[in-house]
Ligand binder design. Structure first.
Ligand code: MRU
Length: 352
């Protein structure tokens, strides 16, 4: 089995609510939670019950349906309902600031609301149809990313990845781990090295979990170890996901990605980004314009609820993401092929 969760969606709309894998408890538990309200969805995104750029996008789209259902119960005037719902949509976009897929997917729902000719009930049905379409498209897109990416994976390669850009960060299959899955289906001698990814440990908790479930060989390392293994010649390529890619190819991804990219460049190891086109924000020229999320200090000072440093007299800073400059990126693997430098040109052309 090389297709973890191919039949199960990480996040899925069910009649009147959103069903999702609770990512805060993996690997201790693998369970689903039902999100039934708009504010509850906002909190689920912010508190990372759902996480990973494409999955957050779908969660945002579901959040608009949840708010719409609530609005329909208390507002009968259509114009008033639409005005109220559009305000809630803008609010939903603020649940996490860096992954542009959230804004992209909520904007898709805003388009539905603005273009609808239906009554309130009809608008809700159209929002549901749109969300389910986005869910299904996400899996298809990831499979295409996987297939394009597999073409650049050398035989028997060891692939380093950072954070989790897998099935659990998307509706299914994954972006960076989609590349791994497609490559493994062709060549079962490849393997993955997974960075632990402090502070939230998505690499340790989630990437190793889903790869082990698929039987794909995975070795867990801590974040500081990547250059050690690169120097030893044990890493053949790096593939990571992305939260937002600027028009010049600068890419925001989980904090620590930039360090991996610098180490890869130094050791002449190809460094690839795998992401859908919805992660590219052509409205911003460079990575300097990408908003970086600041998260709670407790993520750094504690592991599993236990302090790892003195809690008095120690300053803490916790940016959730960093930006890898485009010069360090060998290629951006998308559902329409692999973009290469010059990224200003290749990104502009793909959107033409
Ligand atoms: O804070 P997270 O866990 O949402 O961050 C996730 C990442 O940085 C992923 O690499 C990125 O969203 C791509 S997911 C396909």
């Amino acid at each position: 089995m090389t297709d973890f969760k191919s039949k199960i969606k990480t996040i899925e709309w069910i009649d009147t609510y959103s069903k999702m894998v609770d990512q805060t408890v993996i690997p201790y538990e693998y369970k689903f939670v039902n999100i039934t309200g708009g504010q509850e969805m906002f909190d689920a995104i912010r508190n990372m019950i759902v996480r990973g750029a494409p999955a957050i996008g779908i969660a945002g789209a579901h959040g608009i349906i949840l708010f719409a259902q609530e609005g329909a119960e208390k507002i009968s005037d259509r114009n008033e309902f639409v005005k109220w719902l559009l305000e809630k949509a803008e609010y939903m976009k603020t649940s996490r600031p860096t992954a542009v897929n959230l804004m992209w997917a909520v904007d898709k729902q805003i388009d539905v609301i603005k273009n609808s000719k239906s009554d309130i009930k009809g608008i809700i049905e159209e929002l549901k149809t749109n969300a389910v379409r986005l869910e299904n498209e996400d899996i298809e897109i990831n499979k295409k990313i996987g297939d394009y990416g597999a073409e650049v994976v050398p035989k028997g390669a060891t692939i380093l990845t950072h954070c989790n850009a897998g099935a659990l960060a998307t509706v299914g299959y994954g972006t960076a781990l989609g590349v791994v899955r497609s490559a493994y289906a062709k060549d079962n001698t490849i393997q993955v090295f997974a960075d632990e990814t402090r502070p939230r440990q998505q690499g340790a908790r989630i990437t190793t979990f889903e790869l082990a479930m698929d039987g794909i060989p995975v070795t867990l390392i801590t974040d500081g170890m990547c250059s050690y293994f690169m120097k030893k010649g044990m890493i053949d390529m790096v593939v990571v996901g992305a939260d937002r890619i600027a028009a010049n190819g600068d890419t925001a991804n989980k904090i620590g990605t930039y360090t991996v990219a610098i180490a890869a460049k130094y050791h002449n190891i190809p460094f690839y980004i795998a992401a859908p086109l919805s992660t590219i924000d052509i409205s911003i020229k460079s990575g300097d314009e990408i908003p970086i999320e600041e998260r709670s200090h407790e993520e750094v000072t504690h592991i599993n609820g236990k302090p790892v440093c003195p809690l008095k007299g120690v300053n803490v800073i916790n940016p959730g993401f960093d930006v890898t400059p485009h010069e360090l990126i060998t290629g951006i693997i998308t559902e329409k092929g692999i973009l290469r430098p010059d990224y200003v040109k290749s990104i502009r052309e793909i959107f033409e």
